[in-house]
Design a protein around this ligand. Structure first.
Ligand code: MV4
Length: 501
């Protein structure tokens, strides 16, 4: 069959640009990469048919520069732009600018992006179609008095959230009335400077929830289907580390109910293309709508493994106006897939970015092992962008076999020259709680070795150093001997004797 587009520009970099190029090549589509001065030798540039320089490394001057990207598409004769994730992927203005330039944006309609970008508007959509959500407000909070009234009604603890937020920014947990006023002020000011909109709302706090999301796909002809769920509860500071599908917590009945809820939401906003509906799930298996991500997600490969369908190919077909050509009952879920994110970060230094030259690289292989990488041996990871280097995804007939396969594949993965999250990933997949499927968003905080939020470890180190200085000042001799207090112990590698829970 003729390709839906002759030429597509990929407005992104790294592993996701490579991923999109792969789908295009299989479809017979000519690919155009764009790149910053820091990305001259990046893998996506080497792999694309054409590559257009954008300018200096700061994202605002290259991958976020809408005019430059649209100019690159026009100059090369591309008909469509795939935004990947991040950068311009959820920018409604950019989608409109593409249309105005006669280019197809491979993503949802701008109105759907806007409706879901405003979390309060999204809550009102969910209410209209009867999708369960966390109890709370669906209109902006007027003042402190209203906040106090609502908080008392839904019961403490509560969360204060920014209407234009998401991904954890501008969020405040309030345990009791006494903290409310300060939290309101802080949340408003943070939201105002981060999103240019100080609108906030209140929700009941769900303690240690699971994060489970549903993949949806909608064509321009009114067909909306879901591709099952992904469990993304292993996170650290709102950065996912491990994702899997199916969720070990979701049964067939719950999958249908969550899937139908996600499809109702998508249909209600006129959604077209690939999207993800996020839910919080409590211990009693209640699920609550959180937000919708109007893009292809990092963790899409686990869904591809269990459904056997190429989501990027589907995105491109949908953008070209093709029909999905299948219905919900045609989508079967087979086996189990797990993804690990390999970031250039130093787990021993609070996950600080670890850019630099990759001196050695050996990626795993073997049956049902997929390495979606944006790097190669000899490549220098630039310091300007996201630290994600590669994603390792495995499939097996069941979860236990998938975990064993991931453990094996991680053991085969060797990177030298930069620090990576590989050792932490290994510890996660070998953890008894992971094996048992006991996952929630507090998992990383409990993982021993100080790899939790990092903040407690950092505080402990500072406290230990201060204590050592004090001791050194009071009595000469070696600072902070073994018998030092719990702070000093927690401040040493492997010495996290103090934990909040
Ligand atoms: C919550 C919550 C508990 N209760 N909302 C964090 C990211 C943002 N999208 C929403 N988040 C949360 N919202 C209520 N009412 C807990 C979180 C949360 C979280 C959610 C998903 C995955 C990881 C998380 C880690 C900490 C907090």
């Amino acid at each position: 069959m003729a390709p839906p587009f002759a030429k597509v520009l990929i407005a992104n970099r790294g592993e996701i640009a490579v991923r999109v190029i792969r789908a295009c090549r299989e479809m017979g589509i000519v690919t155009v990469a764009v790149f910053s001065e820091a990305d001259r030798e990046a893998l996506h540039v080497l792999q694309a048919d054409l590559a257009v320089p954008l300018g200096p490394p700061p994202a605002a001057l290259c991958y976020l520069d809408q005019d430059k990207i649209i100019a690159a598409a026009r100059a090369t004769g591309a008909q469509a732009i795939h935004p990947g994730y991040g950068f311009l992927a959820e920018n409604a203005t950019f989608a409109e600018a593409c249309a105005a330039a006669g280019l197809v944006f491979i993503g949802p309609p701008p109105a759907a992006v806007r409706a879901m970008g405003d979390k309060l508007a999204a809550r009102r959509v969910a209410a209209r179609v009867g999708v369960p959500m966390v109890p709370g407000t669906s209109e902006p909070l007027a003042d402190g008095a209203e906040a106090a009234r609502v908080a008392a009604e839904i019961g403490y603890p509560v969360m204060i959230k920014a209407a234009m937020g998401g991904g954890g920014k501008g969020m405040r947990l309030v345990h009791a009335y006494g903290e409310l006023e300060g939290a309101l002020r802080a949340a408003r000011s943070e939201a105002g400077s981060a999103f240019g909109d100080a609108t906030i709302y209140i929700e009941r706090y769900i303690a240690d929830p699971r994060h489970i999301e549903v993949q949806v796909l909608a064509d321009a002809h009114g067909t909306v289907v879901h591709f099952g769920e992904r469990e993304c509860s292993i996170q650290r500071r709102h950065q996912k580390l491990v994702e899997e599908s199916p969720s070990p917590f979701v049964d067939a009945d719950m999958r249908i109910r969550m899937g139908e809820a996600a499809c109702r939401l998508a249909a209600e906003v006129g959604y077209v293309n690939a999207g993800t509906v996020e839910f919080l799930v409590d211990r009693e298996r209640n699920f609550y709508f959180l937000e919708m991500n109007t893009r292809l997600q990092v963790e899409h490969p686990v869904t591809e493994f269990v459904t056997g369908r190429d989501l990027v190919r589907e995105q491109i077909r949908i953008a070209a106006g093709e029909k999905l050509g299948y219905a919900q009952e045609d989508i079967a879920f087979n086996g189990h897939a797990i993804e690990c994110r390999i970031n250039a970060e130093d787990p021993d230094a609070n996950f600080m970015p670890s850019p630099g030259k990759i001196l050695g690289l050996r990626a795993p292989g073997g049956p049902w092992v997929r390495d979606d990488s944006g790097v190669y041996e000899g490549y220098t990871v630039p310091r300007y962008y996201d630290t994600l280097m590669a994603k390792l995804i495995v499939w097996a007939p069941d979860r236990e076999a998938a975990i064993a396969r991931m453990d094996r594949a991680l053991a085969e993965y060797h990177v030298s020259g930069v620090r990576t999250t590989l050792p932490v990933l290994r510890r996660i997949v070998r953890h008894p709680d992971f094996a048992a499927g006991r996952l929630d968003t507090g998992f990383m905080e409990r993982l021993p070795g100080g790899h939790g939020s990092g903040s407690r470890r950092t505080v402990a180190i500072i406290a230990a150093v201060l204590e050592a200085y004090e001791r050194a000042g009071r009595q000469p001799g070696p600072p902070a001997p073994q018998g030092a207090g719990p702070w000093a112990r927690a401040g040493r590698p492997g010495g996290s004797s103090w934990r909040a829970r």
